[in-house]
Design a protein around this ligand. Structure first.
Ligand code: HXC
Length: 525
């Protein structure tokens, strides 16, 4: 009998079905994780299990698990008698709307999802696989942190993950969903990924918990106040979104992934759209109020320009004076940065600068064109800002725009004053197409402030001041001085903004621009 036939023979008939049954039994045991009682406890907290979460995150039937039978190797504290296949994390790959992603989901029902050496090894394996083929990594975090019984072996495992987070940064998108505890050094893996989503009431992130805080600083604070989803999506900006529950968080992750390239070489994804590229949006002609100090909602401008009005906003509840997020033009992803006149008149402050700088750098790393809508009265004055280091933080945004080599299209809708004019993707920072609406005001500062400085001697004479102010406005409260110098490429009809942007992006599709060789830059951190 030929050798291969002999081999087949072994798996035939009764022998083979027994093997299959054995395999199914092992699979069933692994799928039960820490057992029904702990699964029930997880559900009672309003949380889904790791596998239930993956079912929602990934396309139906697409999840392929690996390392289901991996066990920990710890023999201290009686751990040899407590072995659960999979070791507290479910790993593998699947698709989101047909596009490959790698995933890991920590299983809180197994040792509280605590990270052992082997658990970490499993996470590293999917990260390595994702890097090899160029696909996003999505981590569902729900863990008590380092596996206490393992000591330094666990810390080593964590650090292997950290190292990979850094190497993957800018190569494949990394998304962290925090769906339970994430405390101590464990927070630093998500912190180094591109986006963090948190679930309200059931997730928290902090370096030291409320008990330690109380002992050290005497502050009394709840887990939610210290590191809950609302705290991190409003105050700290650690989280990009706070979602109501597991399902909402997982569906939002699907939405975000739809906008993102698979890696830094594959280019933006493209999807069919029925929205005409040259759609005229008449309402944009009247969106700017007659009174220059009256606000309007920049979201309206953004949505009216993007395909089907779809906009995935990042950090909507932090530094709302600047809007950042993803949309599409002609079915292709763009990153949007826009001053928001409705909040603090759209001023640039520390938080807005940091928020937008990080977003611009993400877009540049992944070859996503950047659209910038400008209506900015300048940088925010005050001791709080100066002592907080607005110089360094404002420089982050300037630096991010200046180093970005992706297509950059800028539309000034109203104010572009002072340093903020320079920073917001101006021509001088290699803006490819810089447009202004006729309502644009491009100047060193607002007319009133300018007159009070250059005509200080007239301050006692209100009539003169009014006249000087009108003179200054006539000269600078328009886009034509900048246009006469070539700093603005064209003054456009607001209603044609989408058409102009679509045409611009088509032209810029093969843009090629390289910065000088360097090991890396030294962005002001
Ligand atoms: C081993 C752990 C564990 C851990 C929880 N468990 N955390 N096992 N190592 N770190 C186990 C529990 O023993 C329990 O097992 C099960 O998980 C569920 O835990 P409960 O306490 O019953 O759940 P809950 O009341 O919801 O509380 C969750 C928790 C709490 C807040 C996470 O378990 C907790 O405080 N754990 C310790 C957290 C911690 O100090 N971790 C180390 C941080 S230092 P059974 O068998 O009863 O189901 C760190 C350093 C990382 O992480 C450094 C990286 C560089």
């Amino acid at each position: 009998m030929p050798q291969h036939a002999e081999r087949f023979d072994q798996f035939d008939g009764v022998g083979m079905s027994a093997n299959i049954a054995g395999m199914e039994q092992r699979r069933a045991a692994a799928r039960l994780g820490g057992g029904q009682k702990r699964i029930d406890a997880q559900h009672a907290k309003g949380k889904l299990t790791a596998r239930e979460r993956l079912l929602i995150l990934l396309d139906e039937g697409s999840f392929e698990e690996v390392d289901m039978y991996v066990e920990h190797n710890c023999t201290d504290f009686g751990m040899q008698d407590q072995v659960i296949p999979g070791d507290g994390v479910v790993t593998g790959s699947g698709t989101i709307n047909g596009r490959l992603v790698y995933v890991y989901a920590q299983d809180f029902t197994v040792f509280g999802g605590a990270v052992s050496e082997r658990h970490a090894m499993k996470i590293c394996k999917v990260m390595d696989a994702a890097m090899k083929v160029g696909a996003p990594v999505i981590g569902l975090n729900d863990s008590g942190g380092a596996r206490i019984q393992e000591g330094v072996a666990s810390l080593g495992g964590y650090t292997e993950i950290f190292q990979r987070n850094v190497l993957a940064s800018g190569v494949v998108p990394q998304l962290s969903l925090i769906m339970g505890p994430c405390a101590g050094g464990a927070v630093y893996s998500p912190a180094m990924t591109d986006f963090i989503f948190m679930v309200k009431d059931s997730s928290y992130m902090f370096v030291t918990g409320p008990d330690v805080v109380k002992t050290v600083t005497n502050e009394i604070v709840t887990q939610e106040e210290l590191g809950g989803a609302v705290t991190h999506s409003t105050k700290t900006s650690v989280a990009d979104l706070a979602l109501e529950n597991d399902i909402e968080a997982l569906l939002s992750a699907r939405d975000l992934i739809d906008y993102l390239p698979s890696d830094n070489r594959s280019g933006v994804p493209e999807r069919p759209t029925s929205d005409a590229w040259d759609r005229i949006e008449d309402s944009l002609d009247t969106v700017i109020p007659a009174n220059a100090n009256q606000p309007y909602d920049m979201h309206e401008v953004v949505r009216k320009v993007l395909d089907e009005g779809d906009f995935f906003e990042i950090q909507p509840t932090h530094a709302a004076n600047i809007i950042v997020g993803f949309g599409r033009i002609e079915g292709r992803t763009v990153g949007v940065v826009a001053n928001q006149p409705m909040v603090l008149a759209g001023v640039l402050d520390i938080n807005a600068s940091k928020k937008a700088a990080r977003f611009v750098r993400f877009c540049d790393a992944f070859e996503i064109p950047i659209l910038t809508f400008v209506d900015v009265p300048g940088f925010l004055p005050g001791t709080a800002q100066e002592y907080g280091g607005i110089i360094k933080h404002g420089a982050k945004l300037l630096f991010a725009y200046a180093e970005a080599t992706v297509p950059k299209i800028t539309v000034i809708t109203r104010k572009a004053y002072g340093g903020a004019y320079c920073v917001m993707s101006s021509k001088h920072l290699r803006g490819d197409l810089n447009y202004s609406w006729p309502t644009g005001e491009i100047a060193v500062m607002g007319a009133k402030g300018a007159v009070e400085i250059i005509f200080r001697q007239d301050i006692g004479d209100p009539d003169k001041i009014v006249e000087r102010t009108r003179e200054y406005e006539d000269r600078f409260a328009n886009p034509f001085v900048a246009a006469s110098k070539g700093f603005i490429d064209e003054v456009i009809h607001p209603r044609n903004t989408r058409r102009r942007i679509a045409l611009g992006l088509r032209k810029l599709r093969n843009k090629s621009l390289e910065n000088p060789w360097k090991k890396h830059d030294n962005i002001p951190l």
